[in-house]
Design a protein around this ligand. Structure first.
Ligand code: ADP
Ligand code: ADP
Length: 229
């Protein structure tokens, strides 16, 4: 897998208030690195920068040594799979939403991914909710179910780099554990960055980075940091 690196990355949004104040870390090939920290620390900003939503950074982000600024949006999209905090779905079947990103996938692959994310029972449903046009096929999805659609999509896409941004936050504890197992399967051997609120959800990460106020405050394995949770 590829290596993802942040080298002294500094960033601010439109106001001049610094959000990332010199952040350096590496996600080695095939490893899982977690970024944890309080709300507002800059965690989601890190994932947005990897997707190149903003080009105005100082410092450097590289994939396999190549500056992100030299990577086309197209190949970046192909290389990265993201399970976002809030999933917005297309107004089409769940199966369509899962297939998005890998249009060549067979029905069987789509079903298998849906099964792993535990939404296998309603992939022909439409997420916009019941109305007279679609009748019973219209199914209003909860936040957790939408997140599971995003997880199924990512399982199917199987990208070399994976970003999980609070990927199980909208799920109840029981479902969270089951989905976590599916996520562990898809992240195994992939270069994975996990964004999380709580240390307890990233027990298996190869390294945990504690971000506070745009800076790395601590880093280490779960066992070394557990006292902070
Ligand atoms: P976290 O994911 O750790 O909760 P974020 O990366 O979402 O933190 O946000 C870090 C800081 O940047 C916060 O103070 C937030 O208010 C601010 N911020 C986030 N998005 C924007 C934006 N689009 N414009 C201006 N400020 C933003
Ligand atoms: P962009 O968001 O710049 O158009 P993509 O279309 O490749 O880039 O989207 C990147 C990822 O964001 C996709 O893999 C998909 O998970 C998600 N995504 C983008 N747009 C939508 C949408 N309208 N509905 C659901 N997911 C979307």
């Amino acid at each position: 897998g590829p290596v993802l690196r942040f080298e002294d990355v500094r960033f601010h949004y439109d106001s001049n208030r610094p959000i990332l104040k010199g952040v350096s870390f590496e996600v080695p090939a095939g490893k899982t690195i977690a970024v944890v920290g309080p709300s507002g620390a800059g965690k989601s900003t890190i994932s947005r920068l990897i997707y190149r939503f903003y080009d105005t950074i100082e410092g450097k982000i590289t994939i396999d040594g190549q500056d992100l600024r030299d990577v086309t949006q197209k190949s970046l999209r192909a290389a990265i799979g993201m399970v976002p905090q809030d999933t917005v779905l297309f107004n089409d079947t769940i199966a369509y939403n899962i297939r998005y990103g890998r249009p060549d996938a067979t029905d069987e692959d789509v079903r298998a991914a849906a099964q792993m994310a535990q939404i296998g029972d309603f992939i022909e449903s439409l997420p916009q909710g019941y109305d007279t046009q679609v009748g019973e096929r219209g199914l209003k999805l909860s936040g957790g179910e939408k997140q599971r659609v995003a997880i199924a999509r990512t399982i199917l896409k199987a990208p070399p780099i994976l970003i999980l941004d609070e990927a199980t936050s909208a799920l109840d504890t029981q479902t969270e554990q089951e989905i976590q197992t599916a996520l562990d399967t898809v992240s195994k051997g992939r270069t994975t960055l996990v964004i999380a609120h709580r240390l307890s959800t990233v027990v298996n990460a190869d390294e945990i980075i504690v971000l506070r106020d745009g800076q790395i405050a601590e880093r280490g394995r779960h066992g070394d940091l557990i006292a902070l949770d």
